[in-house]
Design a protein around this ligand. Structure first.
Ligand code: NAI
Length: 301
């Protein structure tokens, strides 16, 4: 069964190039009306104009699709409000929001100016929160919405020189962990995509001859699936070069050690048991963690 978005409206942030552009073209090819948002700045977030977004709109319309450009920054409250208003004025609904905009300010933690940490958190985390917050009441009213956030293996697992980026990228996973619960009754589903692609963001990390293999177009099918009618809710998909997997936080079986003065020593003595992930389980919400803990208390087993 083919996935189509006829009659649906999708906002894609940071869609003037790289992954966002590939997502925008694919959503449009599948019938969505697309808002191509992009600030048009440099990789480190400096500068900006709407030419990049307009060029992608021209590509979509040339291929017979429908799209409009928006040059707002996802960090700017008035700009985000304007983007949502522009979409509502044009098409009267918002079904899909793909939060994709991003920048880098890599440095080791010791050398990282706090301003670079703040800016990266502002763009990736708050630049996801603000558009999501702006479309949420519209999706709730419609009784339909699909939110995609863009995380990263750097956030899920770590990467040298990316404390700012990694913290922000795991932050968006924390966001969907609760949005998945709060959106459930209104058919709003929230998921995360962890891409791997050759773009201007990663061009200096990949060997040049991998550009075609790791094309952004090879990631977009995951964005399409996460924004589809039958999307899952609250999951993380990793996607690169046409290879897909799911990432999840898992918890080992809880071990009750008591509350004696030597409990720290008991943790050390039992560390291999506590850290044994062979029977690890995922939790769907924080309360499930608490239940697992309470079930280990004396008299409860
Ligand atoms: P890119 O640099 O080609 O695209 C990012 C786009 O976001 C640019 O067009 C830029 O102008 C736009 N942008 C930046 N700040 C903005 C703002 N404040 N408001 C609106 N637009 C803004 O990079 P790429 O690789 O396409 O990245 C897309 C997303 O995927 C980012 O969130 C990135 O962190 C994430 N990602 C990419 C990976 C990769 O392997 N390329 C790996 C993991 C995550």
């Amino acid at each position: 069964m083919s996935i189509r978005f006829d009659g649906k409206v999708a906002i894609i942030t940071g869609a003037g190039g790289g992954l966002g552009r590939a997502h925008a073209l694919e959503f449009a090819r599948r019938g969505a009306k697309v808002v191509v948002n992009d600030l048009g700045g440099a990789r480190d977030g400096t500068g900006g104009n709407s030419a990049a977004a307009e060029a992608v709109v021209a590509e979509i319309t040339a291929a017979g699709g429908e799209a409009i450009a928006n040059g707002s920054s996802v960090t700017d409250d008035a700009g985000v409000a304007n983007m949502v208003q522009q979409t509502m004025d044009k098409w009267g609904r918002i079904d899909i929001l793909v939060n994709n905009a991003g920048i880098l300010r890599d440095k080791t933690f010791i050398k990282m100016p706090i301003e670079d940490f703040q800016l990266v958190v502002d763009v990736h985390l708050m630049g996801t929160v603000k558009p999501t917050k702006a479309v949420w009441p519209i999706m709730k009213e419609q009784g339909y919405g699909r939110i995609v956030v863009t995380t990263s293996s750097s956030g899920l697992y770590g990467n040298f020189g990316q404390t700012n980026y990694g913290a922000a990228k795991l932050g968006v996973v924390g966001l969907i962990n609760t949005l998945k619960l709060e959106g459930q009754k209104d058919n709003i589903r929230s998921n995360a995509l962890a891409p791997t692609a050759f773009t201007r963001m990663t061009a200096d990390l990949f060997p040049a001859d991998t550009e075609e293999l790791f094309s952004p177009e090879a990631v977009s099918p995951a964005a399409i699936f996460l924004a589809s009618e039958d999307a899952p809710n609250g999951i993380v998909i990793c996607a690169g070069a046409g290879v897909f997997s799911m990432a999840q936080v898992m918890e080992s079986q809880p071990v009750a050690l008591g509350r004696e003065p030597d409990t720290a020593e008991k943790i050390a003595a039992n560390w291999s048991k506590i850290s044994d992930m062979s029977k690890a389980e995922a939790r769907n919400l924080g309360g499930e963690h608490l239940t697992g803990l309470v079930n280990q208390l004396p008299g409860r087993k």
